[in-house]
Ligand binder design. Structure first.
Ligand SMILES: [Zn+2]
Length: 388
């Protein structure tokens, strides 16, 4: 689920970026994950002002060059994606759009595109007009000390059922980037929108659980390393103090002999005074040593708390844009053909949202996915795992 969500968002971001830049007069030449983007001579956007290479996708491990004016990176959370979205949000009036035929082709689910079963036809019959809200949520994951990252995730929720429509955001971003798309006033009740937005934040954060866990682990390791370093320094200090105690004790012993051996009263008094001073130093050193040993035995509770607090992570989500979307809900009918048999499969479908229900294997009941796609066994719908 998390991987799928990330893929959708990278795709959504790419199609949004391409559509948005083109709509603003940029020439966008795409070659796989490398784009060359040239601004129009009269651009009013300060986003990209010279010919720029855009590399799509998150950096691979150990490959994270800083973004420059000549080369930007496009992936959820990249600096460029952030400024693109910020600019687009500033430019895009919020309101309602209505998705029509021109906004989207029939969306074929991944369990069918990944399947070896062919489809001879597919047709969509709309039954109802439905409304969804699409909101872009910025999730910031931060610690008090050094670490901070933010991610943008789009989420679409049907206003009536509250169900998530994972494929709707990319259609909506494309439609928003199309300057011919008409934007009208919101129609959904404000309280309901607020309810849905309140629900969207935690839903997006839960999609980011693995990222949050990863950062949490990094922060914990950083805290552990800091505490280990603190312990090492304290241990060193304890050794120094123990040496100092031994040295003072030795000097006090030596002075005691000196006192006994001293003939003159004046020399004797001088030794006695010196021994008194040394004993005071010894007491102070012993006290410090004991305090450190106690702290160490208890695992430095105050320091530990201070370090943990500094590395504690906070996850904050905030909506950065909101669009109301009118879409049609109905059914799509796929005519399936595996070369021997044909079968009609009917699924709930929303325009722009794609197939909106899980299709289950008729043998084991598992939901079909891109990884476990559809197989026809005679006329039965099965998942790939059940076809062997
Ligand atoms: Zn199955």
């Amino acid at each position: 689920m998390t991987d799928a969500a990330i893929t959708v968002t990278q795709e959504a971001l790419e199609s949004f970026a391409a559509a948005y830049l083109s709509a603003n007069g940029y020439d966008v030449e795409t070659r796989d994950a490398h784009w060359t983007v040239t601004p129009p001579s009269d651009t009013s956007l300060d986003l990209l002002t010279t010919e720029t290479t855009i590399r799509c996708g998150p950096p691979e491990d150990g490959d994270e060059p800083a973004e420059t004016d000549a080369e930007r990176r496009l992936y959820p959370g990249s600096e460029f994606a952030q400024s693109l979205i910020d600019t687009a949000i500033r430019d895009t009036p919020t309101g309602r759009i209505t998705l029509g035929e021109r906004h989207t082709d029939l969306q074929i689910p991944d369990w069918l595109t990944a399947s070896s079963v062919s489809r001879s036809s597919a047709s969509f019959t709309p039954y109802y007009d439905r409304t969804a809200v699409v909101t872009l949520i910025r999730v910031s994951i931060e610690t008090v000390s050094e670490y901070e990252t933010s991610r943008l995730r789009a989420i679409a929720l049907d206003t009536r059922t509250g169900d998530q429509l994972p494929d709707l955001p990319s259609t909506v971003f494309n439609a928003l980037a199309d300057t011919d798309t008409e934007i009208t006033n919101f129609t959904v009740d404000e309280d309901r929108v607020e309810e849905l937005v309140d629900r969207a934040g935690p839903a997006v954060v839960s999609q980011l659980n693995s990222t949050v866990d990863e950062i949490h682990n990094e922060a914990s390791s950083a805290a552990d390393a800091e505490l280990a370093e603190y312990d090492r320094l304290q241990e060193q200090r304890i050794e120094e103090l123990a040496d100092e105690v031994a040295r003072l004790e030795q000097r006090i012993d030596d002075l005691s002999s000196d006192v006994e051996e001293a003939g003159a009263r004046e020399a004797r008094l001088e030794h006695l005074q010196k021994r008194k001073d040394l004993r005071a130093s010894l007491d102070a050193t012993n006290e410090e040593l004991e305090a450190l040993r106690t702290q160490r035995a208890h695992g430095y509770p105050d320091t530990r708390r201070e370090i943990r607090d500094r590395h504690a992570i906070e996850v904050v989500s905030e909506p950065v844009s909101l669009t109301e979307v009118g879409y049609e809900q109905g059914e799509v009918e796929f005519e399936l053909n595996d070369g021997h048999h044909t079968r009609t499969l009917t699924c709930g479908y929303g325009r722009g949202a794609g197939v909106t229900e899980d299709i289950l294997c008729e043998n084991c009941g598992a939901a079909l996915t891109g990884e476990n796609p559809l197989v026809l066994v005679r006329k039965e719908i099965r998942c790939q795992h059940c076809s062997a």
